[in-house]
Design a protein around this ligand. Structure first.
Ligand SMILES: [Cu+2]
Length: 134
């Protein structure tokens, strides 16, 4: 009898993500907290439940509804605001419009001066990142 309870528990544990949610994680280039805001902002769309960009890992973790949006489309959204991902490259024009400290292709040149060592959140640039999706 005990094993049955355990088995049931296991089954329910595995289906703890109801309503057909999926997760995806992919690399996305970026530098700082502004990049995080930009990337996460781009993923503030219908079908995406959770979007988090990890600055250390340079990776985006996303919880989404596969019925509404595909993992591919999610990556494209990130590339669309200027951040290269595993499978999509941002357009040069969009990339060029990123704030100086977000120029990750040049090794994030402005980051150390602008943000210091740990200054992730206490910087505020003029609104240069209004290139988000409507
Ligand atoms: Cu940045």
């Amino acid at each position: 009898m005990k094993w049955m309870v355990f088995a049931l528990f296991l089954v329910f544990g595995l289906t703890a993500f109801p309503q057909g949610k999926s997760t995806v994680e992919f690399k996305a280039a970026g530098c700082c907290g502004m990049c995080a805001d930009r990337i996460e902002g781009a993923l503030d769309v219908s079908g995406v439940r959770v979007a988090e960009w990890d600055r250390e890992e340079k990776a985006v973790f996303v919880v989404y509804k596969p019925k509404k949006i595909s993992a591919e489309a999610i990556e494209e959204l990130v590339a669309g605001v200027g951040h290269d991902t595993e499978h999509f490259l941002a357009e040069d024009e969009v990339y060029a419009s990123l704030a100086g400290c977000c120029q990750y292709r040049d090794g994030c040149p402005g980051c150390s001066e602008v943000h210091g060592e740990e200054g992730e959140s206490d910087h505020d640039h003029p609104d240069q990142d209004d290139d988000r999706k409507p």
